[in-house]
Design a protein around this ligand. Structure first.
Ligand code: NAD
Ligand code: TYD
Length: 350
């Protein structure tokens, strides 16, 4: 079996669902259920004995050690993190606690357990750390995409905390020989993403007739990847990635935020006609320290592991919009008081 952390979040829940749909072996899912964790995303697994959900913190070394002893996973896939840049600007402490300190506790508990395993199990074990392209910082408009040797230059408390976790993973490989794999992926979108991130926030606001808040001039560029393609890449890395290596994952879909929002309003007009969604686009104050451009050079994972994305941005966006339109209950369940408080805080001046 495998141990997944953060498997009630956006990418983690998609990973667990895809894994079990593909006849993967059982999953122990360790998640703290912060505001971003949602068991509703895993509702279809309620009666699936292959999914064991444990509510807990990756920073709880005793809990992690007990889970490892009990379940003897052949791999850990670590999604658990604080993941939203804007929240890291308002409150960086939680990012240091989870992405740095708790990730260290998870790594160290894993090392202690792994080092006492019989040789064959030790060699076969993998610790896959799921990270972001944001650790590389911001690219000039005409610069080549990030590759695995691009120097780290994180600019936000979020990306700095993820960079720190990547460095710890690297050190545990180099110093103790833990068979680690690290992936650095570009912006994901798709079903089950919490509506604080660009695409689901815009969908939710558009359906309610609220403004679509575009930061600054809207010309910041991101490389968008459909979440199912990210999950396929992670399965490929887990199966065939070389221990100690890092793999960059990207969608070959660089777009400005303004183009993303415009395309979204076009899809919404097709799928849920009746409102002038484009008229809702509103420019608001820029994010402090806003990285201008991210782009991924995915040559390594394509060449070594044969992975390429299956979805284009256009096809993935239609799938995403349809999922949100068909899952009003899920959306209603995340529209909590805490969510409204965040929206009020972040967009107060908008
Ligand atoms: P998310 O915020 O949707 O989910 C994070 C999950 O981790 C939640 O279920 C939360 O409850 C859980 N969690 C948080 N702290 C925890 C702790 N201390 N112990 C146990 N569980 C905890 O995040 P996401 O967008 O699914 O991202 C998952 C991972 O992928 C993160 O590590 C993120 O840095 C990385 N990543 C995300 C993107 C993206 O575009 N979303 C891109 C590249 C990499
Ligand atoms: P986001 O989804 O927060 O991902 P990240 O900051 O990790 O790339 O934001 C994606 C882009 O969209 C980023 O350039 C910031 C911008 N953005 C807006 O313009 N308005 C918004 O309300 C949000 C949430 C993001």
């Amino acid at each position: 079996m495998i141990l997944v952390t953060g498997g009630a979040g956006f990418i983690g829940s998609n990973f667990v669902l895809d894994w079990l749909a593909g006849a993967g072996e059982p999953v122990v899912n360790l998640d703290k259920l912060t505001y971003a964790g949602n068991l509703g995303s895993l509702a279809s697994l309620a009666r699936d004995a292959r999914h064991v959900f444990v509510r807990g913190d990756i920073g709880d070394a005793e809990l992690v050690a007990a889970l490892l002893r009990e379940h003897r996973p052949r791999a850990i896939v670590n999604f658990a993190a604080e993941s939203h840049v804007d929240r890291s600007i308002h409150g960086p402490a939680a990012f240091i606690e989870t992405n740095v300190v708790a990730t260290f506790n998870l790594l160290d508990a894993t090392r202690a357990w792994w080092s006492a395993l019989p040789e064959a199990e030790r060699a076969a074990f993998r610790f896959l750390h799921v990270s972001t392209d944001e650790v590389y910082g911001s690219l000039a408009p005409d610069a080549a995409g990030f590759c695995e040797t691009t120097p780290y230059a994180p600019n936000s408390p979020y990306s700095a905390s993820k960079a720190a976790s990547d460095h710890l993973v690297r050190a545990y490989r180099h110093t103790y020989g833990l068979p680690t794999l690290t992936t650095n992926c570009s912006n994901n979108y798709g079903p089950r993403q919490f509506p604080e991130k660009l695409i689901p926030l815009m969908i939710v606001n558009a359906l309610a007739g609220r403004p679509l808040p575009v930061y600054g001039d809207g010309r910041n560029v991101r490389d968008w990847l459909y979440v199912g393609d990210h999950c396929a890449a992670l399965r490929a890395v887990l199966a065939g990635g070389r221990p100690g290596e890092t793999y960059n994952i990207g969608g070959n879909a660089e777009m400005t935020n303004l183009d993303v929002v415009r395309e979204l309003t076009t899809v919404l007009a097709d799928e849920r006609p009746g409102r002038d969604y484009a008229a809702l686009v509103t420019f608001v104050a820029d994010r402090p320290g806003h990285d201008r451009r991210y782009a991924i050079d995915a040559t390594k994972i394509r060449g070594e592991l044969g992975w390429t994305p299956a979805e284009t941005f256009a096809s993935g966006l239609i799938r995403t919009v349809r999922w949100y339109l068909a899952n009003g209950e899920w959306l209603a369940s995340v529209a909590t008081k805490e969510y409204q408080k965040w929206i009020d805080l972040q967009y107060a001046a908008a």
